[in-house]
Structures are given as structure tokens and as C-alpha cells.
Design a protein around this ligand. Sequence first.
Ligand SMILES: Nc1nc2c(ncn2[C@@H]2O[C@H](COP(=O)(O)OP(=O)(O)O)[C@@H](O)[C@H]2O)c(=O)[nH]1
Ligand SMILES: [Mg+2]
Length: 180
Amino acid sequence: MGRSNVGKSTLINALLNRLNNKVAFVSSKPGKTRSANFYKIYVHGADSAETNFCLVDMPGYGYAARSRDEREGWWKLANSYFSGTRDTVFALHLIDFRHGPISGDAELTDWLDGLDMPRQIVFTKGDKVPRGRSKIFYGQYVNGGLVSILPPIVTSGKNDDSAESVREAILRIIRELNNA
Ligand SMILES: Nc1nc2c(ncn2[C@@H]2O[C@H](COP(=O)(O)OP(=O)(O)O)[C@@H](O)[C@H]2O)c(=O)[nH]1
Ligand SMILES: [Mg+2]
């Protein structure tokens, strides 16, 4: 989940190693994805443990040009999705690393708080922040009170080490929540 254009679809393509043959639609125009897209993921771990789960690309919210109706539609969709009974649910909350949490992010955080929904923070567009600033930005955001199951992960829109860290984090969180 995250604001329009934050990089939700890009992260999914990176996680699935489909950046050159996209499964999730990436747009240069914000607010294009209007439906929630579901990806059924089958994982065979090195320990031969199987972890199957559903990755959901939630449409963006908080895009300034959107109408009130669209914004209400988003909350309706999100509420109906998350109020269903499910064994294990957590949210990956994507935040643009250049800006840190901004208005729509606080709104999402409050709503997730209200649902008691655990969440993992993933920063996107880390490649757009100069190296020298990264540590300072990271510290500012984390000290600003972001709540995350595991420490937030800074990603770059590529299938690199950070994408691998997100994969590992997802599996670890699912396994921990399942055993809780
Ligand atoms: N440089 C860079 N660009 C990114 C990153 N993530 C997304 N983008 C770009 O940001 C735009 C919006 O990405 P998209 O995945 O469609 O965002 P969504 O609306 O949240 O699904 C596209 O032009 C992407 O190529 C990233 O980590 N680094
Ligand atoms: Mg998208």
C-alpha cells in the first residue's frame, strides 16, 4: 500500500524478477491503477518449507487530483478487503524515500493503527537520494516515529539486494505471524 506513484507495481515486478516482462502495470502517470490486483505466490524455501501467500497491489490513494468519490471508493475497497477474516494479514507500507511520510501516509498509518494491522515499512526511490544523505534521511524518518515490524528497508526499483531483503522480510513476517 502507499500513495499513487510511490512504486507499488515496480516493487512487485522487482520482487517477482519481472522488471523486463512486467506482471504489474507501471505508469508514468499517477493514479492509473484503479483496481486491487492479486498475485498468488508460491515459495519453496531452501529449508523446503512451503510458504504460499497472496500479494495484493492496492491502488494508490492520496493523489491530489483525485475526486472525493474516488477517495471514498478507495477507503471502501480497503475497508472491505481488510475487514474480511483472514489467517494472516500485514501491510507493506511503501513510502517515497525522498520525502518520507507525507499527509496521505499519516492517514494510512492512522487507519492501519485502527485495524491493529501490523505493517512493514518499505522505502522506494532510494536510488534518487544521494548516498551521503541516505543515513540522515533514514534516521530522521525512523526517529520520527515510523512503526515497522522489522527495520524499514530502502529499495531502488531494481531486483537487487534490497529486493532480496524485502523477500526475506515478507517470508519471515508471515512465518512469525503464523506461529504467533
Ligand atoms: N528511480 C526509481 N523509480 C521508481 C522506483 N519505484 C518506482 N519508480 C518509478 O515511479 C513511477 C511510478 O511507479 P509505479 O510502480 O507505477 O507506482 P504505483 O503507482 O505505486 O504502482 C514509474 O515511473 C516507476 O518507474 C524506484 O525505486 N526508483
Ligand atoms: Mg501501480
